[in-house]
Ligand binder design. Structure first.
Ligand SMILES: NC(=O)c1ccc[n+]([C@@H]2O[C@H](COP(=O)([O-])OP(=O)(O)OC[C@H]3O[C@@H](n4cnc5c(N)ncnc54)[C@H](O)[C@@H]3O)[C@@H](O)[C@H]2O)c1
Length: 237
């Protein structure tokens, strides 16, 4: 049996997402970030952090299949941002036409943090094609549309699940990669796709992959947390 650790959402945001946001902002202030799956658990906390820097506008695309608009309304409430600073468009990342229209509408987008996807291991075992279609098909469609517009900064929300059943603990970044279920395979395959994209055109792509264990907890205000419609974890946040 694999021993899995959990981290708090606060740890994830302060140690991974926020330093990234600050680094991006330092390099080029007043940027617009496309956050896919931004109404979801990790995405909504990330929107708060991006907006609180005062240096980003955020455009969220989300199907709302596993989230709701209320979370983004609460992000607005927590950050005091205007509607212009946090825009939402209901869009499936597999839907090329809608995605194109979002990118046309917001030409200032120059980076993307990609959270959109399905994440329930059991569901992925029962319905692998749904997972391959959404997580892999969605990502390749997104990458295709970003590359057409030369939007090269891409952060992928992968998972520590790519370490499969680790041979030794603690897991280090260079531990062997494998997958034990279709969900994990989608993360592993997307990581490979990203490596191929970067190898094909290192000038075009600036890619970062985050692999974390299950974050738990909610925003200190208690106003946003995990609100799953589909996937329920052991620790509700
Ligand atoms: N929560 C965790 O424990 C954890 C751990 C490691 C990695 N991840 C990954 O991080 C990402 C975000 O996780 P989360 O916990 O915030 O999940 P979440 O379900 O709360 O958020 C994902 C969001 O993506 C949306 N979505 C799903 N398919 C979509 C599609 N095709 N197009 C547009 N939007 C779509 C959902 O409606 C939801 O709002 C996921 O990719 C997940 O695999 C999560």
């Amino acid at each position: 049996m694999t021993t899995r650790a959990s981290i708090t959402i606060k740890y994830l945001i302060s140690n991974l997402i926020l330093p990234l946001a600050v680094a991006f902002a330092a390099a080029n202030p007043h940027r617009t970030v496309l956050v896919t799956g931004g109404a979801g658990y990790i995405g909504s906390h990330t929107c708060v952090e991006l907006l609180q820097t005062g240096k980003y506008n955020v455009v969220v695309v989300d199907t709302l299949d596993n989230s709701c608009m209320e979370s983004l309304e609460r992000v607005r409430e927590l950050t005091g941002c205007t509607k212009d600073m946090l825009q939402f468009r209901q869009c499936d990342v597999r839907d090329t036409d809608t995605l194109k229209s979002v990118l046309d509408e917001f030409p200032a987008i120059d980076s993307c943090i990609h959270f959109a996807g399905l994440k329930a291991v059991g569901e992925s075992v029962a319905n692998p094609l749904m997972y391959y279609d959404c997580n892999i098909g969605g990502t390749t469609n997104l990458l295709q549309n970003l590359s057409t517009r030369k939007i090269k900064n891409f952060v992928f929300s992968s998972s520590a699940t790519v370490y499969g059943d680790p041979e030794k603990l603690p897991i280090t970044e260079d531990s062997k990669l494998s997958a034990t279920n279709p969900y994990g395979r989608t993360k592993l395959f997307v990581e490979e796709i990203l490596r191929d994209c970067h190898a094909s055109n290192p000038e075009l792509w600036n890619i970062l992959i985050l692999r974390y264990f299950n974050p738990i907890g909610a925003h200190p205000s208690g106003r946003i947390g995990e609100d799953p419609q589909v996937c329920k974890f052991m620790y509700p946040s």
